[in-house]
Design a binder for this molecule. Sequence first.
Ligand SMILES: NC(=O)c1ccc[n+]([C@@H]2O[C@H](COP(=O)([O-])OP(=O)(O)OC[C@H]3O[C@@H](n4cnc5c(N)ncnc54)[C@H](OP(=O)(O)O)[C@@H]3O)[C@@H](O)[C@H]2O)c1
Length: 314
Amino acid sequence: MKAIILKAFGGVENLVMTELPLPEISDNDVLVNVKSIAINPVDIKVRMGKGLAERLKEFTPIILGWDISGIVTATGRKVTAFKTGDEVFGMINFPGHGKAYAEYVAAPQAHLALKPASISHEEAAAASLAALTAWQLLKEYAGIKKGNKILIHAAAGGVGHYAVQMAKHLGAWVAGTASAKNRDFILDLGASTHIDYEKEDFETVLKDLDFVLDAVGGDYSVRSLSVLKPGGTIITIPSGSSRNIEETARAMGRIGYHFLVKSNGQNMKEIADLLEKGIVKSFISETYPFSEMRAAHLQIETKKTKGKIVLTVS
Ligand SMILES: NC(=O)c1ccc[n+]([C@@H]2O[C@H](COP(=O)([O-])OP(=O)(O)OC[C@H]3O[C@@H](n4cnc5c(N)ncnc54)[C@H](OP(=O)(O)O)[C@@H]3O)[C@@H](O)[C@H]2O)c1
C-alpha cells in the first residue's frame, strides 16, 4: 500500500510517499481502506518534533495522522461493532501513533462510528479530531447548556467552526473571534456576534460569560479570564498555551485548564448523529490529493485555514 512516512522531524521535505505492507490487525481492530483523511495543527507540531513527537519517536517508521474515513475490509476476531463493507470514520489512537497517512489503517473498533450515508468521506474525515475536540470539551467537560453565554476563539478554524455549530445546538449564546473576512462565515454557522480580533480587543466588548474556548493560545487564555463571570470556566487547547492558567484562574475565582482530546467511538457516534441530522456540517475549504501532503501541511502552517482541509486517498 501507499503510505507517507516521516523520515525525520523537521520540514515538509521529510514527508515521503513510500510502499509498505498492509498493517496487521489485532483482535479488536478493523482494517480500513482509507478514502479520505483530515489533518490538523498537531500533525505539523509532531512533524516539527514538538508536542506528541516525544511519544512517537520510538516508532519506525513514524506515520502521522489520526483522522480517517473509509471502508472496512477485514475485522479482528473480537470485532462486533462493524463488518466488512461498513463505511466508518473516526480519530484513531489519539494521543498515540495514528498511522492515518496510508491507504490502509488498522483501527480499534472502539474509536470508530458508522459514517452517515448522507455525507462524503471527506466531510466525515474532517469531522474527526476537530469535531471530537469541540464536542468533548463543550458537552462533557464544560457541560454547555441552554442560556449559557460563551466565547469561542478562532471560531473560523477547524475546531472553532464545529464548536460554534455545536454550542448553538446546545442552546448557548455564542461570540466568536475571527478576522473580518470570516465574519459572515461564523455568523452563518450560528454565532450571535463576531469580534474582529485585528480591530478590537474582545475584553472591551464582552463580560460576564459562562465559558471560553481558547483555540488560539499565547496570551489569549489569561486575557480571556476577564470576560468570565465569577466561577466561569476557560478551556485552552493549544499545546503549551498558558501553563499557568489553572493558578491564575483560581486566583481570580474562575476555573481554567488545558484539555487534550481522546479517541472515543461513543462520542464519534454522537457526532455522526449530528452530521446525519444536518445539525453540524463540515466546511471544507480545500481538498488535496494524497500526493500533495506537503502542500496541505504548509496550508495548516498559515494558521489561516477556514474550516477544514482534507486529502483524498483512494
Ligand atoms: N488540546 C487538544 O485536544 C486540541 C485539539 C484540537 C486542536 N488543538 C489546538 O487548537 C488550535 C486550533 O486548532 P484548529 O484545528 O482549530 O486550527 P486551525 O484550523 O488551523 O485554525 C485556523 C483559524 O485560526 C484563526 N485565527 C488565527 N489567529 C487568530 C487569532 N489571533 N484570533 C482569532 N482567530 C485566529 C483563523 O481565522 P482568521 O483567518 O479569521 O484569522 C483560522 O480560521 C491549534 O493550536 C491546535 O493544535 C488542540
